[in-house]
Design a protein around this ligand. Structure first.
Ligand SMILES: [Mg+2]
Length: 247
């Protein structure tokens, strides 16, 4: 790939609670699994490091016995899109800026929501790198299939970003500005791979960034991300430091 065909930026983004307002897996666990109290307990263990995200997340999903297609129906009725995402996505499309979803969620859920909330063409334009699901044909039981089962995150998001860049011909001399947006613990490793991390206001990722001293800028919706990325691209990335909130 030559620099003349390189986009001005690449945007990697978490899906649950970032592109969508509700986290699908939390929604299922709270409403048809073991509920919010038990999920919060596990979440705290993940937060202090006594339980891996991978194992805690699996435990939450194992508390759901509803067949997978019914879970998808429930989510289609209850999960909403970030109010600024559609405009952001169309702006990226016009600028030839790739948008790649890097998710700990399960592929069929993300596809169904993306198609329902953004539109059919979004499926073709937005790459999804995520975990998957295995459904037993007879018992209809389902379980999460981790992309990186050996990683304590189940999906090593940092590795997925590196793989994407290598597979698309990017190297140290032709890589454009890289951004990542997220809201949770599994987004932490991804942050280190990009030039700027957008962390959602009021969510866990900010606590981690402060604790681990990882630079971040806040967002409330993708309208904020669009506004900040526009300014950064205009300045060729030279003003990135101005946006960092934990200097
Ligand atoms: Mg999330």
């Amino acid at each position: 790939m030559t620099s003349s065909t390189s986009p001005p930026a690449i945007v990697f983004t978490d899906w649950d609670g970032t592109v969508t307002l509700q986290d699908s897996n939390d929604y299922l666990t709270d409403n048809i699994g073991f509920g919010l109290a038990k999920r919060s307990e596990i979440n705290d263990q993940i937060l202090i490091g006594t339980q891996s995200f991978r194992d805690g997340f699996r435990e939450m999903l194992e508390s759901i016995s509803t067949p997978f297609p019914e879970c998808i129906d429930l989510l289609l009725k209850n999960v909403q899109l970030d109010p600024g995402f559609k405009e952001f996505y169309h702006w990226c499309e016009a600028k030839h800026i790739p948008v790649i979803v890097i998710s700990s969620g399960m592929k069929p859920i993300i596809y169904a929501l993306l198609k329902n909330l953004v539109g059919e063409e979004a499926i073709k334009n937005i790459d999804i790198i995520s975990n998957d699901v295995k459904i037993d044909e007879v018992s209809k039981k389902w379980e999460i299939v981790y992309k990186d089962p050996e990683s304590p995150f189940g999906h090593d998001k940092a590795n997925s970003i590196k793989e994407y860049l290598t597979n698309h011909g990017y190297n140290s001399s032709n890589t454009p500005l890289l951004f990542y947006s997220g809201d949770g613990v599994s987004d932490l490793s991804a942050a280190k791979e990009t030039d700027l991390l957008f962390a959602k206001h009021g969510k866990d990722l900010i606590k981690y960034c402060i604790r681990e001293n990882i630079p971040y800028t806040e967002f409330n919706s993708f309208a904020d991300i669009l506004s900040k990325i526009t300014k950064i691209i205009e300045a060729d990335g030279k003003n990135i430091k101005e946006f960092i909130e934990n200097k």
